[in-house]
Design a protein around this ligand. Structure first.
Ligand code: SF4
Ligand code: SF4
Length: 661
């Protein structure tokens, strides 16, 4: 097309429109309502407790851009990701286009000539993208009936509203072009092709202004309503992604009464950032096991409660009170956070909510209460005695580290479950034999060992956690312990993440520095140093279950696999869900110490069947809780003849040719 000889294309926003001042008034009103809502949200965020507000950091900003551009939104559901990107890109481009239009109209006229043609073309593409995305969304929600998607009136209204804005926008353009018929009309190709349906002789003088105002009011109304409906995630999600690396949330000890809101700034932003997409529901093992628990609904109910309490109107809120019994279903496996496209961590928010329930002293599952009482009295959630803690090691000649006081010596922190549960003791016995075989200097704390506090922390009993943290720190200080290796990924995670978060609030003379390892890291290190050579062939087909607190929470996926694969004869296969997508065994987050909740099937049985489906003869894991849960599930699922459940240490013992048990 020869654009040189055309009439100069330019934008005429108020073509055939009377009283443009009315538009200014309405636009001002929409912006005022939007700003009011935005300020109300930010004021609520700032009521968050005990944590810093975001400051500008270039690194974080770059990381935010990377996260947005990395296609995280596509993970796990490409169709949903593309649909969302169409809507988001289309919407944001049209929004930016509207701002440019205002700039052109009120400040500086620049939308003319080639610039206008490019502007018009880009907006046409954006309009089509948005239309396609909205239609795709409607098909997914109302024709395909995607399971994880909700069917709320708010969703339907938002879809129809936005769809009407776009379609009416195209129609306004089409009517205008049908009269103007400019040579450059094809640049506005969406409206242009529709305009061919109308004869230039049609009298649009009455209809056009009505349609124009209809479109303008709908579009401005849509902007005004954003802070008061789920669409606010468009603004909150980037802030949440920006804040994603905030350290573990703690409410500083000894603060007396709980603050008005026990969520942090970041917590409240993340509640606001939730898009209600339901990806967390899809991957939640509790929901997958047929339990009446959906992390998305917990967040949505909490948001409604927060907004209601602080006088922020929320479109579509039914203000149903959060059923706090549901909080105890979460295993804190972290699958939800892994799947969430906007980095919300439902399990972290749930932990904070549990803390509030514990503070109130209500609605705590009875068996869990008993376990916490045992923890308080006997230093472990299992047995009403401290004496049996080191019984598993009686015949193994394990050095007592409390007598060595050698800071170079490795402290094997056995942990409560491995010390008291007869099945998990196999892990400890095997690990000790391997360390002895490799001549690694180590010792245990024996009867003096205390619980690391993991169970208390996960269920929100922060006071009890702080007590156990103090006990452990005091032991490490007194016996000059600088290197700790744990049996359990739970102890490992707690030492590595929760203890450092509390350090600023602990008097200096009660602090101590120590490094912590999970036993798989120590094994790998010894193997790499050449002190451990698994030379005996183990001709077995094996698969590996990633413990949540070793894999997803600590990022240790390869080390266990490398150890297993180094054994001669091993035929290693992965399960359907592995690595970051691994399925939880159902034992974390305090679930091990609760009565069975009302699901259709056990999470551990779902996992063990997945392992059996691979044809593996041995299912390997690296956590005492997983070991117990999966061993139990093997029996209840009737797989005893087919599958053996082992800890990595036990497998390695076989490969080293050392006698087991
Ligand atoms: S928490 Fe994340 S995954 Fe779950 S519904 Fe909200 S945005 Fe989606
Ligand atoms: S941590 Fe696991 S169990 Fe808890 S809500 Fe998330 S996915 Fe569900």
């Amino acid at each position: 097309m020869d654009t040189q000889n055309m009439t100069i294309p330019k934008h005429n926003f108020f073509w055939h429109i009377q009283h443009p001042w009315l538009f200014y008034v309405l636009a001002g009103l929409a912006v005022a309502i939007f700003t009011y809502g935005l300020i109300a949200h930010v004021r609520l965020w700032k009521k968050g407790t005990g944590q810093t507000y975001p400051v500008f950091s270039l690194n974080r900003f770059v990381s935010l851009l990377k996260d947005i551009l990395s296609g995280r939104i596509l993970r796990g559901d490409i169709s949903a990701g593309i649909m969302h990107m169409l809507i988001l890109t289309g919407f944001m481009t049209l929004f930016a286009g509207t701002l440019l239009e205002a700039l052109d109209h009120y400040v500086i006229h620049f939308l003319q000539g080639q610039v206008y043609l490019a502007y018009s073309f880009i907006l046409e593409v954006a309009g089509l993208m948005l239309t396609a995305g909205l239609m795709w969304a409607a098909i997914r929600r109302y024709i395909q009936h995607i399971n994880r998607l909700e069917n709320r009136l708010e969703d339907l209204i938002i879809l129809l509203w936005l769809f009407t804005v776009v379609v009416s926008g195209f129609m306004v353009e089409a009517l205008r072009l049908s009269v103007q018929r400019p040579e450059w009309g094809a640049y506005s190709f969406g409206g242009y092709f529709i305009s061919l349906l109308f004869s230039p002789s049609y009298d649009i003088s009455d209809f056009y202004p009505c349609l124009w105002w209809f479109h303008a009011i709908l579009a401005l109304g849509f902007i005004a309503v954003i802070p008061f409906c789920k669409l606010f995630h468009v603004l909150a999600a980037p802030v949440n992604i920006y804040l994603k690396d905030q350290p573990v949330h703690i409410i500083p000890p000894d603060t007396g009464d709980l603050p008005e809101i026990t969520f942090t700034f970041h917590d409240i932003v993340s509640i606001d950032a939730c898009t209600r997409c339901g990806r967390c529901v899809n991957v939640c093992p509790s929901y997958g096991a047929g339990e009446p628990f959906r992390p998305r609904d917990i967040i949505a109910d909490t948001k409604e409660e927060l907004m209601h309490q602080h006088g922020i109107f929320l479109f579509g809120a039914d203000n149903t009170e959060l059923d706090s019994n549901l909080l105890w279903y979460c295993t804190t496996c972290g699958a939800c956070a892994e799947a969430c496209p906007v980095f919300v961590s439902p399990f972290n928010l749930i932990r904070t909510m549990r803390r509030n329930e514990i503070e109130k002293g209500t609605r705590i599952p009875p068996l869990l209460t008993q376990s916490l009482e045992k923890l308080y009295r006997y230093n472990n959630p299992w047995e009403a005695t401290k004496k049996k803690r080191a019984q598993w090691s009686k015949d193994l000649n394990v050095p007592d580290i409390t007598k060595l006081k050698d800071s170079n010596c490795l402290c094997y922190f056995v942990g409560c479950t491995t010390s008291y549960d007869t099945r998990a003791q196999g892990l400890a016995r095997a690990f000790v034999k391997i360390l002895q075989h490799a001549d690694v200097p180590f010792g245990i704390l024996g009867k003096k060992e205390a619980c690391c506090g993991d169970i208390a922390r996960r269920v929100g009993e922060d006071g009890l956690f702080e007590e156990h943290m103090s006990k452990c720190l005091s032991l490490f200080r007194r016996y000059r312990i600088k290197k700790v290796v744990t049996s359990s990924p739970h102890c490992f995670y707690t030492f590595k993440n929760d203890y450092p978060a509390y350090m600023p609030f602990i008097p200096t003379d009660e602090q101590t520095d120590f490094r912590v390892f999970h036993y798989t890291q120590v094994l790998k290190d010894i193997m790499d140093s050449g002190y451990l050579k698994p030379e005996k062939t183990v001709a077995k087909k094996v698969t590996y279950h990633d413990p949540c607190y070793l894999g997803r929470h600590s990022g240790i996926f390869e080390t266990p696999r490398e150890i297993i694969s180094s054994i001669p004869g091993i035929d290693f296969v992965e399960m359907k869900h592995y690595g970051p997508d691994s399925l939880c065994c159902g034992g974390g987050g305090g679930r091990m110490w609760q009565e069975d909740l009302d699901g259709e099937t056990k999470m551990s049985e779902i996992r063990i069947r997945e392992a059996a489906d691979t044809g593996a003869e041995i299912l390997i894991t690296a956590c005492p809780l997983c070991l117990i849960m999966l061993e139990d599930a093997r029996k209840t699922a009737g797989l005893e003849e087919i599958l053996t459940v082992m800890d990595i240490n036990e497998l390695l013992l076989m490969a080293l040719g050392i006698e087991d048990r």
